[in-house]
Design a protein around this ligand. Structure first.
Ligand SMILES: *[C@@H]1O[C@H](CO)[C@@H](O)[C@H](O)[C@H]1NC(C)=O
Ligand SMILES: *[C@@H]1O[C@H](CO)[C@@H](O)[C@H](O)[C@H]1NC(C)=O
Ligand SMILES: *[C@@H]1O[C@H](CO)[C@@H](O)[C@H](O)[C@H]1NC(C)=O
Ligand SMILES: *[C@@H]1O[C@H](CO)[C@@H](O)[C@H](O)[C@H]1NC(C)=O
Ligand SMILES: *[C@@H]1O[C@H](CO)[C@@H](O)[C@H](O)[C@H]1NC(C)=O
Ligand SMILES: *[C@@H]1O[C@H](CO)[C@@H](O)[C@H](O)[C@H]1NC(C)=O
Ligand SMILES: *[C@@H]1O[C@H](CO)[C@@H](O)[C@H](O)[C@H]1NC(C)=O
Ligand SMILES: *[C@@H]1O[C@H](CO)[C@@H](O)[C@H](O)[C@H]1NC(C)=O
Length: 595
């Protein structure tokens, strides 16, 4: 027999309001709350989450998507370095700092499903990284961890999944080369002396088999002497190779060709996917295009994230414009769209986005055209991102670190992107009671709309729905009087009031005296006003379990004594399906078996 009960309850209006994020906080940007203003939560004290500063916000910012960042930087506490998902209100949705420093969290499709993707490894191997590429499913379970082919670790700069089920990744292999670049006093280099370069390699990997299906080495097509980045003392040792090219993004198009961004060449190279030959170069010393915009279409420098625009009529680039403070041609780093005519070989600046505070980022950064046409720009080295309308109007302008620490390496993000995402964690919701409030959250769950609290005066069966509240940010605080209620748990409901998950049952700290028998006041009238919620009685089932204790009826306890442990599970089943056993007694049994 199975019964559904209906509960008449209005939404709690007294949910405690959260103070974050900040809006136009001068103190935030002066560093008054630290270089990385942060907070924790009552039910998940181990999480250290950002408290963003919105300098500007707008309902026109794409709100069907989540902001995805990987926090890094030397002022971020180790336990806060994490890939993270934030909602359009700036509230945390998911983080898991056990991953530590990661790069370029995003959502990519593989084999028909969406995955959270990022790179993780050692990011400090001479300006590049050695690690692996992670793919988490909707339950935040690691489904794939892929290499740069044949098991070898890959570089951090790119991990792009193609519609063909392959991955584009970068590598920086050390390679011996004659030190033609090593110039002394303006004279020729040492053409006969051997030194080391860090080559830049494009690889396309078949994800299913880990096989390399395309490879391209920059050193076969570029001379180190073409680099815009002086070698300095680099190149004498294998672990200090001259990083002359510095690949940082790869885009493969429908023609099967590759578009590669090389930071130290100040150019994008379009590579033939069949034979690896260079089709054209945009920008840099070997630029193939006539600039129709008085130089502003081809004079980008130290750029990142070069991609075809969605129409394939040109490219989008984050033009850093400088390298840690070198002179720049522009007042701030630019996100640019450059139209290309591949027949006439002309390039024209279509639009350029510069942050209102003229942020100049000497490293990292990205540009993403969102599905609604807005343009999201991440400032990489600097802890900020800005969402622009297609016409360049600033809609949302957000800081995740104090401006006073910009241009240091205090708080960095590499790339910031927005994507739709559905997260369904398999962990239960977190719950805690503190100072007259129940605090509930569920790291990674994107579909929770409401929290319903069930509580009992004594222990055991008579759990009643006592409160419900709209989910409010990452953690929702709901007032509960623990003079009345001794045990409480939370049920997460989605927008259609379907049960998504149930927290464990916790004690509120009241004194347990006699167990009161409570009326069966959960039986409710047939006619329901519109706002009411249906709660399946299955929700109540696990109420017998509480931490390391198990609560029994007296008759069940007798059964247990007779039958032992096996009998206990049979007894439980009986209890679940019988409405006869109303009168509950409880016995507390500590760790009767194993775990
Ligand atoms: C984290 O926040 C606390 C205040 O809540 C602040 O004292 C601390 O400086 C912050 N940490 C960093 C790295 O900014
Ligand atoms: C989401 O954005 C649309 C316009 O893009 C706007 O009409 C709507 O009000 C926004 N919703 C919220 C909750 O901000
Ligand atoms: C966090 O990630 C680790 C792997 O690094 C995983 O074992 C763990 O289950 C994750 N935690 C949550 C709450 O998802
Ligand atoms: C792709 O998904 C199908 C089922 O949806 C599965 O049978 C197949 O193994 C998957 N392929 C890979 C390479 O994971
Ligand atoms: C790229 O260089 C590596 C050595 O660093 C070499 O093993 C590989 O064959 C080269 N690939 C191509 C396509 O030339
Ligand atoms: C790419 O290379 C193939 C094979 O060499 C050639 O047939 C094709 O024309 C090239 N495409 C372009 C755009 O250069
Ligand atoms: C073209 O750019 C130069 C600087 O590079 C500038 O002095 C000149 O005014 C520009 N001309 C036009 C028409 O914008
Ligand atoms: C909690 O409930 C008790 C008993 O009903 C009542 O005396 C007390 O005033 C309540 N406390 C609050 C803060 O509402």
């Amino acid at each position: 027999m199975r019964a559904s009960a209906f509960f008449l309850l209005g939404l709690v209006s007294a949910v405690v309001a959260d103070n974050f994020p900040y809006f136009q906080s001068v103190e935030f940007d002066q560093g008054k709350f630290g270089p990385y203003p942060n907070r924790s939560y009552v039910a998940t004290p181990q999480l250290i989450a950002p408290t963003l500063n919105f300098l500007q916000s707008s309902p026109q910012c794409d709100n069907g998507t989540y902001t995805m960042v990987c926090l890094r930087g030397d002022r971020i506490p180790t336990t806060a370095k994490s890939p993270m998902i934030l909602d359009d209100k700036g509230q945390l949705v998911w983080m898991n700092a056990s991953y530590g420093e990661t790069f370029a969290l995003g959502v990519q499709k593989y084999n028909g499903s969406d995955y959270l993707t990022f790179w993780k490894g050692n990011p400090a191997v001479g300006g590049h990284g050695e690690g692996y590429y992670y793919m988490l499913d909707h339950e935040y379970k690691e489904r794939y961890r892929i290499s740069a082919g044949n098991g070898i670790p890959g570089d951090l700069h790119e991990f792009r999944i193609t519609p063909e089920g392959t991955a584009l990744v970068t590598l920086y292999p050390a390679k011996q080369a004659t030190m033609s670049w090593r110039v002394r006093g303006g004279k020729n280099g040492f053409p006969n002396r051997k030194g080391w370069i860090f080559d830049s390699t494009v690889r396309e990997i078949d994800i299913a088999t880990d096989k390399v299906i395309f490879e391209w080495n920059a050193s076969d097509h570029y001379e180190p002497t073409e680099s815009q980045m002086p070698a300095g003392m680099a190149g004498a040792r294998k672990n200090d190779g001259y990083d002359f090219f510095h690949i940082n993004s790869i885009d493969k198009d429908y023609r099967g060709n590759y578009l590669v961004s090389a930071r130290y060449m100040h150019g994008l190279t379009y590579i033939n996917g069949t034979d690896g030959s260079i089709i054209w170069i945009l920008g840099g010393k070997r630029n193939s295009f006539t600039d129709l915009s008085n130089g502003t279409a081809t004079s980008f420098a130290y750029q990142h994230d070069g991609r075809w625009n969605p129409e394939h009529t040109g490219v989008n680039i984050f033009d850093n414009g400088e390298h840690f403070g070198t002179p720049s041609a522009y007042e701030g780093s630019r996100a640019v769209e450059i139209l290309l005519d591949e027949e006439k070989m002309t390039a024209q600046l279509k639009r350029s986005f510069v942050n209102p505070r003229k942020i100049r980022s000497g490293s990292q950064g990205n540009m993403q055209v969102l599905p609604n046409g807005n343009v999201l720009v991440g400032y990489g080295l600097n802890a900020a991102w800005t969402e622009y309308a297609a016409d360049g109007n600033v809609l949302c302008d957000v800081h995740i670190g104090a401006e006073s620490d910009f241009n240091t390496i205090a708080v960095e993000t590499y790339r910031v992107n927005k994507f739709p995402w559905v997260g369904r964690p398999t962990t239960p919701p977190d719950i805690a009671f503190k100072d007259g409030h129940v605090y509930v959250s569920w790291n990674g769950a994107t579909e929770v709309k409401k929290w319903v609290l069930q509580a009992s005066k004594g222990a055991g069966r008579n759990l009643k729905v006592i409160q419900q509240a709209e989910k409010d940010g990452f953690e929702t605080a709901i007032p509960v009087n623990n003079t009345n209620w001794c045990f409480v748990k939370a049920v997460a409901l989605d927008s259609k009031s379907r049960k998504l998950g149930v927290s464990k049952l916790i004690e509120t700290g009241c004194v347990l005296d006699e167990v009161e028998e409570q009326p069966e006041d959960n039986e409710l009238p047939e006619e329901l006003p519109a706002e009411e919620v249906e709660i399946d009685n299955d929700v109540l089932d696990m109420s017998y379990w509480m931490n390391d204790r198990i609560l029994f009826s007296l008759s069940l306890w007798k059964t247990l004594e007779l039958l032992g442990i096996v009998g206990a599970s049979i007894g439980m089943w009986e209890l679940r399906h019988s409405r006869v056993l109303r009168k509950m007694y409880y016995v507390s049994v500590r760790k009767m078996w194993g775990t």
